[in-house]
Design a protein around this ligand. Structure first.
Ligand SMILES: NC(=O)c1ccc[n+]([C@@H]2O[C@H](COP(=O)([O-])OP(=O)(O)OC[C@H]3O[C@@H](n4cnc5c(N)ncnc54)[C@H](O)[C@@H]3O)[C@@H](O)[C@H]2O)c1
Ligand SMILES: O=P(O)(O)OC[C@H](O)CO
Length: 349
């Protein structure tokens, strides 16, 4: 049994804390709001974020960060991307030993284009950990919390750290693979949220399965294009944290990104939708980051660009679809084909 602190008591933090609790660990779930900790301790439910399950007695819910991180072997950061830097700064003030650092956050910082592990490294420095582990894959909190079979990847430059995360989380309903492509795993997990917003928009406009399949497939081509330019292994994008997560987020009604896109297409304003949902919709800020990053790097991302214009410039979703469909004629063959060829060649050898 190990003491593990989960930082962030939203839906995903709560679901991951439950997995760790099932595995017999001493789990401390930290929320920055004293009132939230009090409510969860009194009601044994996380009403605002994941009300369908009971918080077990064995799990400690606290708003005291120093108590939470004391004597831990691992910290699991499960926060919105914009809360990563401030919480790392708070952790730095109270952590006095080395731990395995794991994060389950899916986003890119729009101002710097940094991935989450890069932001964490900048804030925490290597005094407190060896290499960060990214836990990512097709995994809705609503299903993990009721023990539906789920598979994810634990990705790190350090095999020891990845294996530690795998050991902490893996059980017969939550299968964890290790993975070395941190860049590909983080970018796949973040960029798929933009395409999921697009899938929600497509459904909201009344389009069918053909349109959604096209969005997912051509969306993957865009993700791979930007991802490889940023140093990712292209094969990662046909794995769990690429196509796997893209499928689940674009097709599931659990997805907050899909839901936000769906409401947008039906005429809601972005601000009111985000306010009403009350949970983080990471694809919004990531669309801003990816749009500007792609522009800077000269990478063609027409779907991402259309979604950016809908989100931030009030473009009409229907007009964006028309624009995508009537672009210049071109062959389909591109890096997706090259990736698949490389993958099958690798399997044969
Ligand atoms: N929900 C899922 O199924 C799921 C699955 C995989 C990954 N993720 C990723 O996990 C991350 C967190 O998502 P979530 O679904 O748990 O979000 P959520 O909206 O359900 O909860 C966010 C939590 O962060 C807290 N928070 C917000 N700002 C904070 C701050 N400045 N300091 C401290 N705490 C703060 C909120 O109080 C809340 O407890 C996101 O990057 C998301 O993409 C979510
Ligand atoms: O609910 P979403 O859209 O934030 O997606 C949650 C997870 O990332 C799915 O793997």
């Amino acid at each position: 049994m190990e003491k593990v602190a989960v930082l962030g008591a939203g839906s995903w933090g709560t679901a991951l804390a439950l997995v760790l609790n099932d595995n017999g660990h001493d789990v401390w779930l930290w929320t920055h709001l004293e009132s939230h900790a009090k409510e969860m301790n009194e009601t044994h439910h996380n009403k605002a974020y994941l009300n369908n399950v009971e918080i077990p007695e064995a799990m400690t819910v606290t708003s005291d960060l120093a108590e939470a991180v004391k004597d831990t072997t691992a910290l699991v950061f499960v926060l919105p991307t914009k809360a990563i830097r401030p919480v790392c700064q708070q952790v730095k003030n109270v952590l006095d030993h080395k731990v395995t650092i794991i994060h389950g956050t899916k986003g890119i910082e729009p101002e710097t284009f940094k991935r989450v592990s890069e932001m964490m490294e900048e804030e925490l420095t290597h005094n407190y950990f060896d290499e960060i582990v990214v836990l990512s894959g097709p995994s809705h909190a609503e299903e993990v919390s009721i023990k539906q079979p789920t598979t994810v990847s634990a990705s790190s430059f350090s095999e020891t750290s990845a294996t530690h995360a795998q050991h902490l989380f893996m059980n017969d309903r939550f299968r964890v693979y290790t993975n070395k492509d941190v860049v590909g795993v983080e970018l796949g997990g973040s960029l798929k949220n933009i395409i999921a917003l697009g899938a929600g928009i497509s459904d909201g406009l009344g389009y069918g399965d053909n349109a959604k399949a096209a969005l997912v497939t051509r969306g993957l081509a865009e993700i791979a294009r930007l991802g490889t330019a940023m140093g990712a292994d292209p094969l990662t994008f046909i794995g769990l944290t690429g196509i796997g997560d893209l499928i689940v987020t674009s097709t599931s009604q659990h997805s907050r990104n899909w839901r936000a896109g769906n409401l947008l297409a039906k005429g809601g304003s972005l601000d009111s939708i985000l306010q009403e949902m009350g949970m983080v919709v990471e694809g919004v800020r990531t669309a801003k980051a990816a749009y500007h990053l792609a522009k800077e790097k000269g990478i063609d991302m027409p779907i991402t660009s259309g979604i950016y214009h809908i989100l931030f410039e009030g473009a009409d979703p229907q007009a964006m679809v028309d624009q995508l469909m009537t672009r210049q004629k071109r062959p389909e063959t591109d890096e997706i084909h090259e990736m698949l060829k490389a993958y099958y060649l690798k399997q044969e050898n």
